[in-house]
Write a protein that binds this ligand. Sequence first.
Ligand code: ZN
Length: 261
Amino acid sequence: MAIRAVVWGENIHDRENAVVQGIYPRGMHGAIADALNDDPDIEATTATLEQTEHGLTADRLASTDVLTWWGHRAHGQVRDEIVDRVAERVWQGMGLIVLHSGHFSKIFRKLMGTPCALKWREAGEKERVWVINPGHPIARGLDASFVVPQTEMYGEPFVVPEPMETVFISWYDGGEVFRSGLTFQRGAGRIFYFSPGHEVYPIYHDKNVRQVLRNAVKWAANPAPAWSTVSQAQNVPTEKAPEPLVQRGPSLHASGEAGFR
Ligand code: ZN
């Protein structure tokens, strides 16, 4: 069965800014979904902020293997209830690809637990993305480095936890560097952050960037059944311990009592 990907887009600049509209007539989410659907092993659909429940109903998320997230101007308009729902699915095993200005999204900050701040500059400068982990599945099919001709600079320090793996480091005309491709794991869910993707340049039409997106979705898809109890504390009564165990000393709870400690 194909990997079921949902491409989430804020869809604001895509509708309101003429430059962005010219580059992405069907929205950035449309272009990203097209890139994913170029691979027969991926079946990508889209969801946007203005839809009911931001297009991310519990049923839809339950049948999503990997969610990609692009947001910029309206992070604050994403309802906390939906953010919690997405986080729960990530902990259960859904993959999450966070793109560009999604570094400041509620979902990414919640899962990282850090400010996720960085330096930035919008000068249309060149970015060279270095593959520093050529054996990583997300780097499959790429050369040692590739160039994004015009980009928004994102620079270090990037205030995220130490990643599981650093796949890409970017260098810019202006001299800064940035860890542009990072992997994390939260619960059973794999997370990939990828920085290229500023909306006024045609970055999601770039063949290398599109390759990274497809690779990332395939890497983040977890074929194991959802870990449905991931956020539930489960009491193991003394008499049900795997090894014989004698109760010693006082206890706050009656043996076998369910619920929170
Ligand atoms: Zn940007």
